[in-house]
Design a protein around this ligand. Structure first.
Ligand SMILES: [Zn+2]
Ligand SMILES: [Zn+2]
Length: 318
């Protein structure tokens, strides 16, 4: 059974819920060692990054050239051209100026940063403040996206924002693969005929969008039962927060803080059609053993397709 560390006062509990200060700070993120890092592959996607509630969350899909949230701007995020921000809590957005500045330093092309529309103006102001202070350019392309809106990442990739339920405005993102499929009625036509139809302006294809990767950011479990989020539960990979994994924190407390408890994921197990689920954003008061123990004890139909991002966690409790 987990015991709370001695610093976990009720004041900090409140703090955690209000602004994600999560002042329990027992996880030694500085101990991360590049050499002993294991590479993580999920459904043949390489996944990098780290996520510790209240400290930093940045999830990177190098093959998609994107990161979800920037955390404190880990080195591996800098080379991603696209960044999707779920909400403005510091552990998710704090490294943003560093991300843009470091890309400028290396003369990389200005990144494209997608944020919830409601924070766009403040993010612009944040960059202006930095420009006023250090006279730098901080070149980037900032885009506000609302729930339900789409951003075209590549000809064959688009990203759509979906609704999440947190203590401040927040949203998740779904990456879709987009491909053109020849309409049924033209199947079997010889190539030159198809070419002729196409050049005459006839719409010969249907657009097929397949949900590939979904990222929740911070949210209560309510996003799972939101009917407009059906593609989130169908995405090949779902990266989902599960801040609390055992009964040292109750579901009610998790909800007060705007987060998800692993037991809620278990209760909704039948709803997930995802091939793989990656759990992130564990509370810093959980040890590595607690997280791994909870995930390996997951019952069917979750067993075997859920993994946990535990980088930065260990078994020390101060
Ligand atoms: Zn967070
Ligand atoms: Zn948050």
């Amino acid at each position: 059974m987990a015991t709370r560390n001695k610093n976990s006062s009720s004041t900090e509990e409140k703090h955690e819920g209000e602004g994600e200060g999560e002042g329990e700070g027992e996880v030694s993120v500085s101990k991360r060692n590049k050499d002993d890092k294991k590479e993580m592959f999920i459904e043949s996607y390489k996944v990098e990054g780290l996520s510790i509630a209240g400290h930093e969350t940045c999830i990177i899909f190098p093959s998609l050239n994107l990161a979800f949230d920037i955390g404190r701007c880990p080195d591996r995020a800098i080379s991603q051209d696209f960044l999707f921000i779920s909400h403005a809590h510091m552990d998710h957005i704090g490294g943003l100026p560093m991300y843009v500045a470091t890309r400028g330093l290396y003369r990389m092309k200005p990144p494209t940063i997608i944020v919830p529309t409601c924070v766009k103006e403040n993010v612009e102001e944040l960059f202006n403040v930095h420009r006023r202070m250090d006279h730098s350019e901080l070149n980037h392309n900032l885009i506000g996206l609302d729930v339900g809106e789409e951003y075209c990442l590549r000809k064959d990739l688009k990203v759509k924002a979906f609704k999440t339920y947190h203590v401040i405005p927040s949203q998740g993102y779904i990456v879709y693969y987009v491909k053109q499929k020849l309409k049924q009625e033209y199947l079997g036509l010889p190539g030159p005929e198809i070419k002729k139809l196409k050049s005459s302006g006839t719409e010969i294809t249907n657009t097929i969008s397949t949900p590939e990767v979904a990222f929740t950011g911070d949210t209560m479990s309510d996003f799972i039962v939101d009917e407009s989020n059906i593609d989130v539960l169908r995405a090949r990979i779902l990266v989902m927060e599960s801040t609390y994994v055992d009964n040292s924190t109750t579901v009610e407390q998790a909800r007060d803080y705007g987060h998800t408890h692993l037991s809620e994921i278990v209760n909704y197990a039948d709803k997930f059609e995802n091939k793989a689920i990656l759990l992130i954003h564990f509370s810093a008061r959980h040890t590595l053993d607690e997280i791994q123990g909870a995930v390996s004890a997951l019952p069917p139909p979750l067993a075997g397709r859920v993994s946990a991002l535990t980088e930065g966690f260990n078994n020390r409790r101060n």
